[in-house]
Design a protein around this ligand. Sequence first.
Ligand SMILES: [Fe+2]
Ligand SMILES: [Fe+2]
Length: 258
Amino acid sequence: MKEIRIFAIGDIVGRAGRNVLANKLPGLIDRERIDVVIANGENSAGGMAMTPEVTRELFSRPINVITSGNHIWNNSDILQIIDADLNLLRPANYPPDVPGKGYCIINYKGMKICVINLMGRVLMAALDCPFRKFDEIYEKVKTESDIIMVDFHAEATSEKQAFAWYVDGRATAVFGTHTHVQTADERILHNGTGYITDIGMTGSFDSVIGVKKENSIRFFLSQAKVKFEPAEDNPGINGAIFTVTNTGKTVSIKRIME
Ligand SMILES: [Fe+2]
Ligand SMILES: [Fe+2]
């Protein structure tokens, strides 16, 4: 049985997130003997969006697949590359005619790794059912994939936990994104699926989920429209490393916060 180490990186927020990744990711890959990197890029441009330029910058780093979420549509320039031949994903459970793709399969040393991006529906947009969308994709990819990694981009802990139990034994691992706050609940479920509710954020930690704290405080005090700018201070990387087997099970999970 072969084992590989897959690093999932939490939502990259703005320039602070991109720069800390540029500075620290190569060293982290070396030290932790990481084989494959999946990064959520939904906030990588200006803290609220993605652009072609920033996406290309991220792919110039040792990142294999970029996942996203609700913020991917905030700058329509992303539409220029969303259908390009890139391992760039948007949640798979958007309606069928929405541009882009929700999963991809990459090759690593003869192993086929399927990465699926899904989005929750609690306190978020009313997308198609992410549970049934997983079933549909799983039926298509199960015979050709050794490993199936799911970025479940969602707000509610309950929805993330329910999803993980639903796919236990079918997905290799489920990691949550979107809240930007890392949870300490990583575990391996009964049938071998690795799970963590949220892997956190890559960006400024002297902030409110990546936004300048002054902007956020002003918003909560005024309830009026406030311009949100990405914060810069005290940047760090959040994520989790999944050691997985070519039989599609998770062996261990290590949270990363640095
Ligand atoms: Fe985010
Ligand atoms: Fe999000």
